[in-house]
Design a protein around this ligand. Structure first.
Ligand code: ATP
Length: 205
């Protein structure tokens, strides 16, 4: 089994790292963090893809078992998850693959390009994000494909982990920095130092 946590990582924060650690333990496998260079479903990230990649590499370098993956960065164009999973399937052959996702993002899955194809290519490991209960079509999709043992097949199952996640978001962190607050406790140390050194997310006026 190998697992991937995709994100805009604008910036990567302790909530992401905690989620990756919990997933690695639940699945007993390494986790790779995939930078969504050009996220198609949201406003353009504040930091450039190069800056976000530098932050992600710093965060992963300090964590045993986590690695940054540039599969979407190298591809160019919009970062659709289904295209990424196709590339990962080619790279990893018949190995079991899991795409890690918070409940907030999973609730939007029906807006994803070719969303039903995702489960042909990998599993979904859904993490319960504070304030985002599963609902609507995402909840039905989960019930239809629920599996508590993803390792048995290369793809096709959805597992929901009920472990607590940290109430941290990149948007809240960007807002705090713009208002001049110290956010060191919400970020890996190398990430915090890099952000300060390069003046990222600071208000420009
Ligand atoms: P933003 O606030 O800008 O939307 P974010 O903090 O949600 O950013 P993303 O890079 O968009 O971060 O998230 C990437 C993935 O990580 C998504 O699947 C998201 O649900 C998940 N995630 C983000 N923060 C957490 C957290 N604190 N706990 C668990 N999962 C998280």
């Amino acid at each position: 089994m190998i697992a991937f946590l995709g994100g805009t990582f604008d910036p990567v924060h302790n909530g992401h790292l905690h989620a990756a650690r919990v997933a690695a333990e639940a699945l007993s496998c390494p986790v790779r963090l995939v930078l969504s260079a050009h996220p198609p479903h949201r406003p353009r990230p504040e930091a450039s893809a190069e800056r976000r990649w530098a932050l992600l590499e710093l965060a992963c370098a300090a964590e045993a078992g986590l690695e940054a993956d540039d599969v979407e960065l190298r591809r160019g164009g919009p970062s659709y998850t289904v295209d990424t999973l196709e590339a990962l399937r080619l790279r990893h052959g018949d190995e079991s693959l899991s795409w890690i996702i918070g409940t907030d993002a999973f609730n939007e899955i029906r807006t994803w390009r070719r969303w039903r194809k995702v489960l042909d290519l990998g599993h979904l490991l859904v993490l319960h994000r504070p304030g985002a209960a599963l609902k609507g079509a995402a909840l039905s999709f989960y019930r239809e494909h629920r599996s508590d043992d993803l390792g048995r097949q290369p793809a096709g199952g959805i597992r929901l982990l009920d472990q607590p996640m940290l109430p941290v978001s990149a948007s809240a962190i960007r807002a705090l920095i713009a208002e001049g607050n110290d956010v060191g406790h919400l970020l890996p140390q190398g990430v915090s130092t890099y952000i300060r050194r390069h003046g990222l997310y600071a208000r420009s006026d």
